[in-house]
Ligand binder design. Structure first.
Ligand SMILES: NC(=O)c1ccc[n+]([C@@H]2O[C@H](COP(=O)([O-])OP(=O)(O)OC[C@H]3O[C@@H](n4cnc5c(N)ncnc54)[C@H](OP(=O)(O)O)[C@@H]3O)[C@@H](O)[C@H]2O)c1
Length: 262
C-alpha cells in the first residue's frame, strides 16, 4: 500500500494541539512538507520543532484566525503565490460552543459558519488550481459524527457540520475528474482540550464530578474508551495518501462504534 507523501505539501489547520497537531506529526512522518495554521504563534513554533525532517522536508506555519476569513484568504493566497503547489489540505479548527439549539444566538450560527464552512471554502479555492495542475489533491475536513446522528447539547455544531458535509460532498463531485478527493473524518470522543471542555461543562450542568461525567460518556461507546488524537490522525493520513485515490465524497467515523447508524 502506497502511503508515501514525499514531495507533497500539506496545509494542516488547527494544528497547535489535539487532532490537528497529531495529523501534522503523522503527515510529516509520511514524508510531507507541512504548513501549520492556527492563532497561537508560540504553540505553532513548538509544533514546528516536533515535525519529522528525516526526508529533508521543509515545514513552516501561517498565523491566522478563522474568525477573520478575509485575513486568512489574503495570507493563504500570498503563501500559495510564493510557495506553489499545495497537494493536501486538512480543514480543521476549534469546535463551536455547546448548548441547546433553542437558546442559540443567531451570531453563534453565523460565527460558526464563518470559521468552519467559509474558511474551508477559502482554503480549498486557494489551492485547487495547484492540485489540478499536479493531478494530486486531497481535501480532508475534520467535522463530527453529528452529520450522521445529531449530538444532544451541540445544537449549533450539529447544524453547521451538516452544511460542511454537504459542501464537501458537492465539491467532491466537481473535483473528482482532476485527481482531487474530498472526504470528511468524523471524530468521536477524542482525548483533546475540546473533550475536556465538553466534559467539564456537562459535569457542572448535571451536578456530577468530572470522573462521573467521563464514565457516563464512555458507557455510550462500544469500544469503552476515548480515542487518542493519533487514532483520528491515522484516518486522515490514509485519506491523504496515494492509497486512497479512489475514495471520495465519504464520511469516515472514527468513534469506537458510538454512532448508532450506518
Ligand atoms: N475532541 C473531540 O472529542 C471531538 C469530537 C468530535 C468532533 N471534534 C471536532 O474536531 C475538531 C478538532 O478538535 P480537537 O479536539 O482537536 O480541538 P482542540 O483540541 O480544541 O484544538 C483546536 C485547534 O484549532 C485551533 N483553533 C481554534 N480556534 C481557531 C481559530 N479561530 N482560528 C484558527 N485556529 C483555531 C487551535 O489552535 P489555536 O488556539 O492556536 O488557534 C487548536 O490547534 C473540532 O472542530 C472539534 O469540534 C472533536
Amino acid at each position: 500500500m502506497n502511503l508515501d507523501l514525499t514531495g507533497k505539501r500539506a496545509i494542516v489547520c488547527g494544528s497547535t494541539q489535539g487532532i490537528g497537531k497529531a495529523t501534522a506529526l503523522e503527515l510529516a512522518l509520511m514524508g510531507a512538507n507541512i504548513t501549520l495554521i492556527a492563532r497561537n504563534e508560540t504553540s505553532l513554533k513548538e509544533v514546528l520543532s516536533e515535525l519529522d525532517t528525516t526526508l529533508r522536508q521543509s515545514h513552516d506555519y501561517i498565523v491566522a484566525d478563522f474568525s477573520n476569513p478575509n485575513d486568512l484568504k489574503e495570507k493563504v493566497e500570498n503563501y500559495v503565490l510564493k510557495k506553489g503547489i499545495v497537494n493536501i489540505v486538512v480543514n480543521n479548527t476549534g469546535g463551536p460552543n455547546g448548548g441547546e439549539i433553542i437558546n442559540a444566538k443567531t451570531e453563534e450560527f453565523t460565527d460558526t459558519f464563518t470559521r468552519h464552512l467559509l474558511c474551508n471554502h477559502i482554503l480549498s479555492q486557494a489551492v485547487v488550481e495547484g492540485m489540478k495542475s499536479s493531478g494530486y489533491g486531497r481535501i480532508i475536513n475534520v467535522i463530527s459524527t453529528s452529520v450522521k446522528q445529531p449530538i444532544k447539547g451541540l445544537g449549533v455544531s450539529n447544524t453547521i457540520r451538516a452544511a460542511v458535509a454537504n459542501w464537501s460532498k458537492t465539491l467532491s463531485i466537481e473535483l473528482a475528474p482532476f485527481g482531487i478527493t474530498v472526504n470528511n473524518v468524523l471524530p468521536g470522543a477524542t482525548l483533546t482540550q475540546r473533550l475536556t471542555t465538553i466534559l467539564e461543562s456537562k459535569s457542572i450542568k448535571a451536578g456530577i464530578t468530572l470522573e462521573e461525567s467521563k464514565k457516563k460518556m464512555m458507557e455510550e461507546i462500544p469500544a469503552q474508551r476515548f480515542a487518542e488524537p493519533f487514532e483520528v490522525a491515522n484516518a486522515i493520513a490514509f485519506l491523504a495518501s496515494p492509497a486512497a485515490a479512489y475514495i471520495t465524497g465519504i464520511n469516515i467515523p472514527v468513534d469506537g462504534g458510538r454512532t448508532g447508524c450506518l
